[in-house]
Ligand binder design. Structure first.
Ligand code: AN0
Ligand code: CP
Length: 316
């Protein structure tokens, strides 16, 4: 595996899921595989789970890890081709990626959506440019449009907790005070579509996601109706795709509450975290035994470890 940026980089999803599950039961089995190998983690924005779980995954495989917050600690990077660099940017991605490739055997990079330039975001130009100029495998730690390590961890979590063969999974939009990217939702949809689940998306009118992802998926503007018979409720806020990066007002009633969870088939509650309590979901929902949010975060380690293992072994 030379890059891990979306489901399209995964050759055999079933096998990747079972590798992750095996690693969860025996995390130190491949302790010598990563000896003398270095993982570099580069962040353009904040992170708790991705940063720590990916480091832990690498350490479980015996790797060394170096981490850098590019926004605060690095030179401002130029991505444009042929730019006369006499303004704010201090070094070009060509040198930056080339240099980091010499220090690291695998690079993880987190970028973030601008939410102002749709074309640029949906080309994932920062990540794509980084891959273009790197000479080692690259893992997306969340890009402007996708969050594949999160989705892999989510699929592990669903597999562990489903009690019927084809569960009903509902991705519900939920309120948030700031405009957030569509990446977690886009990614969740494209990964879940590859598994045997009955997927419904529910969101207020105006929050339609990119049809490239939602094609073929049932979409409802009626959250309560969508919750009926659900086995998993996956909550996430995202900003508008059509009116790119915008948010709409007066939608606080879309919060996931205990009352709404009662409409489901004893559904498990999922969220990628970080979550704003009593805005996205209530305390009661998050503190209930049916909440899987910590388990999802736990599975981030084994998702990352499975991907690192494939890259270290140079397997597809
Ligand atoms: C980010 C997002 O929605 O993409 C990161 C989620 C993993 N969330 C926030 O910034 C709250
Ligand atoms: N879920 C997730 O990616 O969290 P962080 O932003 O804290 O890494």
């Amino acid at each position: 595996m030379k890059k891990f940026t979306s489901i399209t980089d995964v050759n055999d999803l079933k096998s990747l899921l079972s590798i992750a599950q095996e690693l969860k039961s025996n995390p130190f089995k491949n302790k010598l595989l990563g000896e003398n190998k270095t993982l570099g983690l580069l962040f353009f924005n904040p992170s708790l789970r991705t940063r720590l779980s990916t480091q832990k995954a690498a350490m479980n495989l015996g790797m060394n890890v170096i981490v850098m917050n590019l926004n605060n600690d690095g030179w401002a990077i130029e991505f444009g081709d042929g730019t006369v660099m006499n303004q704010g940017t201090q070094e070009h991605i060509k040198e930056a990626a080339g240099v980091v490739s010499q220090y690291c055997d695998i690079i993880g990079i987190r970028t973030f959506a601008s939410l102002t330039n749709k074309a640029d975001d949906y080309q994932d130009s920062v990540l794509t440019n980084f891959i273009k100029h790197s000479t080692v495998p690259v893992i997306s730690l969340e890009s402007a449009t996708l969050h594949p390590l999160q989705s892999l961890a989510d699929l592990i979590t669903i597999a562990e907790h489903k009690i019927i063969d084809k569960p009903k999974v509902v991705l519900t939009w939920a309120p948030h005070p700031r405009a957030l990217p569509q990446s977690v939702s886009n990614s969740f949809i494209e990964w879940v579509k590859q598994t045997d689940v009955d997927l419904t998306i529910t969101h207020p009118e105006g929050y339609e996601l990119n049809e490239e992802f939602t094609q073929g998926v049932e979409i409802s503007y009626d959250q309560e109706k969508a919750f009926e018979n659900a086995d998993f409720i996956y909550a996430k806020n995202w900003s508008c795709y059509r009116d790119y990066g915008k948010t709409l007002n007066n939608l606080d009633h879309w919060v996931v509450s205990e009352e709404k969870m009662k409409l489901t088939n004893n559904a498990k509650f999922m969220h990628c975290l970080p979550i704003r309590r009593n805005v996205v979901a209530t305390d009661q929902v998050l503190d209930a035994p049916s909440s899987l949010v910590l388990e999802q975060a736990n599975n981030r380690t084994f998702a990352a470890q499975a991907v690192l293992l494939k890259m270290l072994r140079d397997e597809d």
